[in-house]
Write a protein that binds this ligand. Structure first.
Ligand SMILES: N[C@@H](CCC(=O)N[C@@H](CS)C(=O)NCC(=O)O)C(=O)O
Length: 212
């Protein structure tokens, strides 16, 4: 089959640049050493075709021949199925990674996201709901902090689970939520020092800058 294609927005405002989730796919494909193409879909005018690929009108999605996959976690699993660099083939190792992939998305990203929305909207109001969400995030980060003690990666070797977890944590770090979590900060630092991340990050910045 021909190479995989990542579709992302043609342009986004300054704030999310470097954090749009196509970076997860770029990063995985760079780690795997696979060639890939980038295609753009309009940010401002999301048409019928966009919703056929991504029913929430979001990005990214991955296409490979007739196959079209939305949800960055599902995209990473698809890429990893074809690369031992990102997902072990033995059942135990494979399931360890899948477990942590879901944990990154379902247990940590879902706690980080409300916090970042408050930050992006500069909402500082300490409502009871806000305080509960802050406590929720602190609990989740505390458990990741403990788990990462003495570990380089979530499982025996770097994997797609680390791409998700590091990407989620670096968004928290952007707004200083990791100040009290040194293991999390060191983990993000180590993950984002990888050449594949650096290339993915720069390529995303260049992609959006080219549309300004
Ligand atoms: N759960 C989805 C989330 C995708 C998502 O939030 N995409 C953002 C860009 S990073 C987006 O398209 N935002 C525009 C919008 O929600 O309208 C995934 O992981 O792929």
């Amino acid at each position: 089959m021909n190479e995989m294609t990542i579709t992302t927005f043609d342009w986004v405002p300054e704030a999310p640049r470097g954090y749009v989730r196509d970076i997860r796919l770029r990063w995985a494909l760079e780690e795997a050493g696979f060639p890939y193409k980038i295609e753009s879909t309009p940010f401002k005018d999301r048409g019928e075709e966009h919703f056929q690929h991504q029913p929430f009108g979001q990005v990214p999605w991955l296409t490979h021949g007739e196959i079209s996959i939305f949800e960055s976690g599902a995209d990473l699993l698809y890429v990893a199925e074809t690369s031992e660099a990102l997902l072990p083939t033995d059942p135990k190792g494979r399931n360890e990674v899948i477990k942590w992939l879901f944990a990154g998305l379902n247990s940590v990203e879902m706690a980080v996201l409300p916090f970042t929305i408050f930050k992006f909207t500069e909402d500082e109001e300490q409502t009871p709901g806000r305080q509960a969400l802050d406590g929720f995030l602190a609990a989740r980060l505390g458990h990741v902090e403990t788990y990462l003690q003495g570990r380089d990666w979530l499982t025996d070797a770097f994997s797609i689970a680390d791409i998700i977890m590091a990407d989620v944590l670096r968004l928290a770090d952007r707004f200083d939520a990791l100040a009290d979590y040194s293991n999390c900060r060191a983990y993000v630092e180590q993950a984002t020092s990888r050449p594949a991340f650096k290339k993915a990050y720069q390529d995303q910045l260049d992609h959006f800058a080219a549309a300004d």
